[in-house]
Design a protein. Sequence first.
Length: 277
Amino acid sequence: MKRTLYLFLFSLIASLGLLAGCSNTSKASEEKSFKIGFTPGPYNEHFTKGVLPELEKQGYKVKIVEFNSPNEANPALTNGSIDANIYQSTAFMNSYAEENKVKLHAVNQVPSAPQGIYSNKHKSLDAVKNGMKIGIPNDPVNLERALRIVEGLGWIKVNPNFNLLTISEKDIIPDKYNLKFVPIESPQIPRSMGDLDYAIINGNLAIDSGRKLTDAFVLEDTPPEHRIILTVRDEDKDAPFVKALEKQFKSDAFAEYFKSETRFKGFVLPDYMREGK
């Protein structure tokens, strides 16, 4: 009887230990898994070829989620459908967080494709004249960037008292030319080029549409607040997978991969990838 009782207790303890071991293994596995989201453009490729292989060597299991619209990626992050995304600038993230009362965290910048001015109809900017149609992004953050490009050409002036959250074509002050500005959702601008004389296109969307950054007549000198960032929920900013992501983006291996690709010419590099850093 006693022996039977001992065997039962031994089996019970062993089973509990096995379950505890399975639980720990499962937890460790979960910590080594995450989902990351992208919108159309080059950032998915940069991650897949320059970052993911090393993470997989470290035992990470990564699921890549692609969104057709930039309006989908942050809601997916905040509701937990993904754990990180790479598509937006600090200014865009802050604007979204303020408007939606959520907490997001910018981990680090990544090589960023600058906005540029393009045309399918004209071979240079010298063709500009009154009445021409200029396509511009319809969201405030990217619109402000676009108008800075056009202002830099001397074609217009921008209302110095504009509000970044509400800036629109109404803040355009005609200067050298009287132009017609057409607000369009950013991903649709490359498809609307046949109806426009010129357009300001986000760099990732220009590349996704088959253009090169060097095809632009002018590329912006992208300020830090408009460079693309790795974004996570604020509560996850110290998570192991976030530290691993940041470390790999800042690695020599990623820098060597990126700089070896001549088709990435025109990207704005984060400070940690610049010479002398």
